[in-house]
Write a new protein. Structure first.
Length: 453
C-alpha cells in the first residue's frame, strides 16, 4: 500500500512543474571523446540492468545511482583534460538538483496524502464497494483503464498510475496475472490521457510554456491518444483472466473520521499547485507545500477535538518508496551528464536535419522510451526546429505516448515499477512492447488522418 501511495506522488510530478533551467551543453565535439563514449556506455549498461531488475533481483535504483556518479566523475576528468572550467559542470549539477528537489517535494506531499487516505481506510472501502458489485476481472480491467485515461488529463499521469495501482493491488490480491496486465494498461492509459492535456504530463506543459502550442491546440490530440490506449488495451483484454475476484474477508463499510475532508484537501492541493503556476506564475511545488500546511493544520484540529481519531503526518511520510525516489535521482543526473556532453543536442540535430520533421518527430517517441521523455522534449525545445502546429502536436503526442513502449520510459511506468514491484516488472512490460508499438503507430496514423494540413 505504501508503494501505491508513492505512485500517486509520482503522478503529481506530472503537474505543472517550473520550466527546467536551460543550460548550454558542452561543445558537441565532446561526444567523440573516449571519456564521453565511456559515459554513454555506462548509461546503457545501467539501463540494461534496470530492465533486468526482476531477473537479477537487483533494485533499479542501485545501477542508475552508481552510473550517475561514474558519469560525472568521467566528465570531471574530461573537463580537466580539455581545460574546461569546473564552474560549467557545477552549474549543470545545480540545475539538475533543482529539478530533482522539485520532484522530491511533490512526492513528499503526495505520499503524505495517499498514505493518510490509506490509513483512514479509503482505498479499502473503495475496493470493498467494487467487490460487492461482483464485477469480473475483465470488466475491472476496463474500469481501471478508463479511470487512468480520464483521470490523467487533470491529475497527471504519475499520480493517476499510483492511485490505480493501489486499487488494483487490493482488488486483485489473489490474482497476480490480473495485477500485472491491469498495471500495464494503466501505464499506457495514463500516458495517453496526459498527451492531449497541457496539465497531463511534464512534456505537454513544457510545450505550452514555450508557446509552441496554444491551450486549445492540444485538444485535437484526443482521438490519437484514445487510439493509443484502445489498441493495446483490446489486445491485453484477452490476456486478463476470467472470473470474479473474491470478496474481501474483512470489508469496511465506512472510513475513519475526517476522510472526506482529507480527500477534499488533497484535490484542493492539486488545484492550488496548478493555480500557483498558471495564475501567480510561481513554482507549483510551493502550492503543494501550501497544501501540506493545510493538512497539518487539519491534523492539529483533529488532535484537539478528536484525539482518538487523530493522525501523525510525519509517520505517513516514512512510507515513501525510496527505491523509486533514488531511481529518479539517478536518471536526472545521468541524463543531465549526457546532455552536458552534447549527446541529446547532437541526436536532435542529426535527426531533424537529416530526416525532416515527420520522421524525426516519430523517432522522438522511441528516444523517449529509452531516455525518458522530459530530457528528450527539452532537447527538442532547445533545438527549436522550424515546425508548424501540426508537427508540434505530433512531437507532443510521440514524446508523451512513446514512453509507454518501455517500463522505464515514463514517470508513470517508473512509479508503477515501485508500487507493484512483485507483479509489474520491466520484463513483463517488454513482452507486450510489440502490442504497445502497434498502438503507437496507430495513434500517429490517426493524427495524420485527422489533423494534417
Amino acid at each position: 500500500m505504501p508503494r501505491l501511495l508513492s505512485a500517486l506522488v509520482l503522478s503529481l510530478a506530472s503537474l505543472p512543474l517550473p520550466a527546467q533551467e536551460i543550460v548550454e551543453p558542452a561543445p558537441v565535439s565532446l561526444v567523440a571523446h573516449p571519456l564521453a563514449l565511456a559515459c554513454l556506455a555506462v548509461f546503457v549498461l545501467a539501463y540494461v540492468l534496470v530492465m533486468l531488475e526482476d531477473v537479477i533481483e537487483l533494485r533499479k535504483s542501485k545501477p542508475i545511482l552508481l552510473a550517475s556518479a561514474f558519469i560525472w566523475i568521467l566528465i570531471s576528468l574530461l573537463d580537466q583534460q580539455l581545460g574546461i572550467l569546473p564552474e560549467r559542470a557545477k552549474h549543470v549539477l545545480r540545475a539538475d538538483l533543482v529539478e530533482y528537489a522539485e520532484l522530491f517535494l511533490f512526492l513528499l506531499v503526495a505520499t503524505a496524502y495517499v498514505n493518510l487516505l490509506d490509513e483512514r481506510g479509503f482505498f479499502r472501502m473503495l475496493c470493498c464497494r467494487i467487490s460487492a458489485r461482483r464485477i469480473d476481472y475483465r470488466s475491472l480491467f476496463w474500469m481501471m483503464g478508463w479511470l487512468s485515461f480520464l483521470l490523467s488529463t487533470v491529475v497527471n499521469n504519475l499520480t493517476t498510475a499510483l492511485i490505480v495501482a493501489t486499487v488494483t493491488l487490493m482488488i486483485g490480491r489473489d490474482n497476480p496475472r490480473f495485477i500485472s496486465i491491469t498495471c500495464l494498461a494503466a501505464v499506457i492509459a495514463s500516458n495517453a490521457g496526459g498527451a492531449f492535456s497541457p496539465f497531463g504530463d511534464i512534456t505537454t506543459l513544457m510545450v505550452w510554456q514555450h508557446e509552441k502550442l496554444s491551450f486549445t491546440r492540444f485538444f485535437p490530440l484526443f482521438l490519437p491518444a484514445l487510439v493509443n490506449f484502445l489498441v493495446p488495451a483490446l489486445c491485453l483484454h484477452w490476456a486478463v483472466p476470467k472470473g470474479i475476484p473474491p470478496y474481501p474477508e474483512v470489508c469496511l463499510i465506512g472510513t475513519k473520521r475526517g476522510t472526506k475532508i482529507i480527500l477534499f484537501l488533497f484535490f484542493a492541493t492539486i488545484l492550488i499547485a496548478v493555480a500557483f503556476e498558471q495564475v501567480f506564475d510561481l513554482p507549483p511545488y510551493l502550492g503543494m507545500m501550501a497544501g501540506l500546511a493545510l493538512l497539518m493544520f487539519y491534523a492539529y484540529q483533529m488532535e484537539r477535538r478528536h484525539p482518538e481519531d487523530s493522525f501523525d503526518i510525519f509517520h505517513q511520510l516514512r512510507a515513501v518508496e525510496w527505491d523509486t525516489l533514488l531511481f529518479f535521482f539517478g536518471v536526472v543526473f545521468a541524463v543531465g551528464g549526457l546532455r552536458y556532453l552534447g549527446y541529446l543536442a547532437l541526436a536532435s540535430e542529426k535527426i531533424y536535419a537529416g530526416l525532416g520533421p515527420d520522421y524525426a518527430n516519430v523517432l522522438v517517441g522511441f528516444l523517449s522510451a529509452v531516455v525518458d521523455n522530459v530530457p528528450v522534449m527539452l532537447a527538442v525545445l532547445q533545438m527549436n526546429p522550424d515546425m508548424d502546429d501540426f508537427q508540434w502536436q505530433l512531437v507532443t503526442l510521440t514524446a508523451g505516448v512513446g514512453g509507454s513502449m518501455l517500463a522505464v520510459g515514463s514517470a508513470a511506468g517508473v512509479a508503477m515499477l515501485g508500487q507493484a514491484r512483485e507483479h509489474y516488472t520491466s520484463m513483463v512490460h517488454l513482452r507486450w512492447s510489440p502490442v504497445i508499438f502497434l498502438g503507437y503507430a496507430a495513434s500517429i496514423a490517426v493524427h495524420y488522418w485527422l489533423n494534417a494540413p
